[in-house]
Design a protein around this ligand. Sequence first.
Ligand code: FAQ
Length: 329
Amino acid sequence: MYAQLVETGLSRVRSQDDMSEDERAFQARIDDGIKIEAKDWMPDAYRKTLIRQISQHAHSEIVGQLPEGNWVTRAPTLKRKSILLAKIQDEAGHGLYLYSAAETLGTSRDQLLDALHAGKAKYSSIFNYPTLSWADMGAIGWLVDGSAIINQIPLCRCSYGPYARAMIRVCKEESFHARQGYDIMMVLCKGTPQQKAMAQDALNRWWWPSLMMFGPSDAESVNSAQSSAWRIKLFSNDELRQKMVDQTVPQAEYLGLTVPDPDLKFNEETGHYEFGAIDWSEFHNVLKGNGPCNRERLQARVDAWEDGAWFREALVAHADKQADRAKAA
Ligand code: FAQ
């Protein structure tokens, strides 16, 4: 029997009447703010939604190392290089926590990575843009990590325990990342006119893609209504995007930079910034695999996986040998 679905815009939410007893009890726990743990009963669709979102998130952290990795050998000072390296290593750690959180839902890391390498899994659109100058390291920390924090702080309170707990440490590290990015921008903006121009150019290129990171508008978001009912999402894509704009525009003003949006204006009545139309055709094009760096990013991950095969084999051979020794003893 197929469940009756209640339409909410594009999204569909299961109606109470059509839920099984188990589902109603599950929804009641969520409504009471009780965390769902790995061994608890959960509807298949909840499990699938979480595997989809957590694995996309994990892939984003891993692919997200590549744009910044491009600048490790060209960082302007030893100090900047150490900071950048530490940040990129943190992103690898975030990927690992998130793959572990996804594994608690009954999927394996190999399955998740296969989906990424086959081009079937998504990762954040933002990592398909190139890093053309050192100022891009500042813009990524400030705008991309800044947006990631806005999106992820509410995830620390989401309904699935292992995801929520992983997010706590991730968010602490992301705030250091955002600070280091803003610090790079501050130094460039206080520097020579050429350095300030580099910072402005980076803001011009990263502003709109950063707004797109929050996903399609609420009217277009297919997953939002059900994810909100399950308390995976506590705020909508548009609410979080607005928070990012409200938080970031004054920071740009402090740097003496201009946000590349002629329609941007502060609305005294609402207390929010109004901003211009997002080019959603660009977003959808990137999601289809046609962004400036999609092919390069995916190839880099496939190459890394293939180059690491000997190491994975060596680990298994070592483990087998240890097991044989233990048996013989
Ligand atoms: N890129 O119905 P919705 C970081 C897809 S981590 C690609 O609204 P949902 C740290 C979406 O999957 C950045 N695809 O979907 C860092 C769905 O397709 P599907 C990653 C996107 O899930 C910094 C379709 O569009 N953060 O930056 C994007 O309810 C520096 C319809 O969308 C997370 O993953 C996009 N931007 O909401 C690392 C946070 N947006 O799956 C290194 C967790 C939407 O049905 C360096 N994720 N899509 O085929 C989320 O909060 C949500 O999954 C959203 C999307 C908000 C991303």
